[in-house]
Design a binder for this molecule. Structure first.
Ligand code: SAM
Length: 122
């Protein structure tokens, strides 16, 4: 089974659990990268928008890509409720086959918090 399985089921408890683990500790690092590189920024596996939302608040255009409908649903709700996140866009897709035109590059492509481990098979 590939590591992307299970995220739809995990979605309802993702934020509850992660506020107790990584919390916001990695956010200043990612914000610094976004400010240094400028947009557009692509977050691979954006999940519930834990990182995407503060990235959007920099004002740079940010795109969050995720395969899980439920994780994206929570990200959409989070962005809708927040202010200053109009620069964010959510896309459903697989990070192994990016649904973007190659003539429109991103300044920064980031994969925070174990996203690439989801590509492992067991
Ligand atoms: C550990 S979460 C990280 C979420 C977010 N980046 C964060 O820091 O909170 C991993 C995310 O990667 C997504 N994901 C895993 N494999 C994927 C794939 N092949 N394509 C797109 N998204 C994938 C999952 O649906 C999940 O939302």
């Amino acid at each position: 089974m590939e590591g992307w399985h299970g995220w739809d089921a995990y979605a309802p408890v993702y934020d509850w659990e992660n506020v107790r683990t990584v919390g916001h500790r990695d956010i200043p690092f990612w914000r610094r990268q976004v400010v240094a590189c400028g947009g557009p920024v692509l977050e691979l596996g954006c999940g519930t928008g834990r990182v995407l939302l503060p990235m959007a608040r920099t004002g740079e255009p940010v795109v969050g890509l995720d395969r899980s409908t439920n994780m994206l649903g929570l990200a959409r709700r989070r962005l809708r409720r927040a202010r200053g996140t109009d620069s964010a866009r959510l896309v459903r897709g697989d990070i192994r086959s990016l649904p973007f035109a190659s003539d429109r590059p991103f300044s920064l492509v980031m994969a925070p918090y174990g996203v690439l481990q989801s590509l492992l098979r067991n």
